[in-house]
Design a protein around this ligand. Sequence first.
Ligand SMILES: Cc1ncc(C[n+]2csc(CCOP(=O)(O)OP(=O)(O)O)c2C)c(N)n1
Length: 658
Amino acid sequence: MLYNKGKLSNETLISLYKKMLKPRMIEEKMLILLRQGKISKWFGGIGQEAIAVGVTSALTSEEYILPMHRNLGVFTTREIPLYRLFSQWQGKASGFTKGRDRSFHFGTQEYKIVGMISHLGPQLGVASGIALANTLKNNKQVCAVFTGEGGTSEGDFHEALNVASVWSLPVLFCIENNGYGLSTPTQEQYNCENLADRGKGYGMESHIIDGNNILEVYTKVSELAESMRENPRPVLLEFKTFRMRGHEEASGTKYVPQELMDHWAAKDPVDTFRNYLLFENLLTTQIDEVFKAEISAEINEHLQKAFDEDKIASTKSSELNDVFQPSQYEEFEVTNETENIRFVDAISQGLKQSMERHSDLIIMGQDIAEYGGVFKITDKFINHFGKERVRNTPICESAIVSAAYGVSVNGMKAVMEMQFADFVSSGFNPIVNLLAKSHYRWNQNADVVVRMPCGAGVGAGPFHSQTNEAWFTKTPGLKVVYPAFPYDAKGLLATAINDPNPVLFFEHKALYRSIYQDVPTDYYTLPLGKASLLKEGNDITIISFGSAVHWALETLSNHAHIQADVIDLRSLQPLDTEAIYESVKKTGKAIILQEDSLFGSISSDISAMIMENCFEYLDAPVKRVASMETPIPFDQGLEQQYLAKNDFEAALLAILAY
Ligand SMILES: Cc1ncc(C[n+]2csc(CCOP(=O)(O)OP(=O)(O)O)c2C)c(N)n1
């Protein structure tokens, strides 16, 4: 191994050596503990320390790093007290996740580290979001994100690099090419000579770096970081290295040819650098022994502290309380001035006034800037707020959701417009795994609203008509809001944006230009989780939300004799169960009308909840009315047949006659 000291001081060299020695020695200790059954699982980074240590040392302590499962050196170089890491791995309270997540699956704002979720790829988009916020704050910071070569096969890799390049975001994309992704060798993972070559395809500068050479890593990354702080741009780095142990310890390395192991063992980053330092008389074996003894004592002391710590204890209520960040609902005074506007205008106003109120709020979405969005909700927004805050995105839902999370991690707020709610499937993973679980996992909120233009009745076929709220009401950690009227839409959107938690905000397209209402011109909010009682009557409780609310009202208008409580849920998570139970206990009958197909939908849960909580009050079985169990057809005749609207009247009359 050729080491080139360049202008680095001897102190820097020794410091880099000690920084590599520490994760190496921790890992060696972990392997012993694993054999003794004292820890359960271990993903080793032995042989790859130079990358984590070199990159982390090249960044300032204020700059975010997003490591992966083999980057212990990031955590130790940021000088996290070791007992906290050990406690984290043992699921104890001094860790970072209250026992809720394992190994390196955590972040810490204190040390500006954002840990991975298991899915690997979303991490890259989060880095783009963090870098976007850095750029908007003009703080001249870079951030670094890691991936293995296996992770580069995920679409998220492509999306994140593309976004970072289009937006000139200062991200160091660090690929640790260590030869294998679990058991899969590189030639089965990708078909190009070097992954760095892909930089060209993204219009991005890229470099290949010897990942086992600490001086090359540190020098090159330091130079790049310095230049990127002044001249923001993403850079793709491919670190050539090797995974010297199994994917995780239990899985072994049988599939790795011995020659390969031997070849890379000779290039061990710690051993070769030690030999270099010894050869250059910058280190002696005696001093090396002192370093090792010091680190060993530190490890043992901190390990004991972690072992001495009690097993984690919690209660069901404290677990439930940590799913969302507590949010304080704030109400605002409004004047009497109102305006008769459409649903679409109300959303646009709510969004615009929120942009005025929160200078740290940005909106991202396809075609939302000059074009104003396909539904024109953000029409002319760029004239008021500029292109920095009203951002056209490439077509990459996953990276933008991840980036929105990154923006939030870096202290700002983000609204993302899904062009159609149907396309959320392309951003599903980061919503349900990153946004939803973040607060529970490591106390990091995701201050993101995803706007979801949804629903059928407009002849748009299977991919532009879905109302897919049930995909999200199922997932703890997400709030789901679904207004049916302009007044509610404007106030609830403002609240959703104020709320520091992730909110899926459903906007029914069929309502956009058909429903008018007098709406206050001022900024105002409405509380989430409060249903609205649209009509009062003792015969039956009709529960609905979104477009279906209007179907129910239309049906009732043809049956003046029916006296019904009509509950518009307005928000599905949190759900106003009190309003539902109170009404059902009064009327003794309940019918739930929704646009989505039936199975596994929110109406099924509401029905079960009524059964469980109001059984003694019921005079008839609870009825669910929903659309057909088919995809949504294009032809208007077929679509009308599909929709639950036409089934509602008969079902309502049947229950009333029960
Ligand atoms: C989306 C997804 N698919 C599969 C896995 C299972 N898995 C975890 S790590 C891994 C290999 C990753 O290889 P690479 O990115 O090269 O990183 P390395 O482990 O080599 O450091 C696999 C297949 C996963 N965590 N997430």
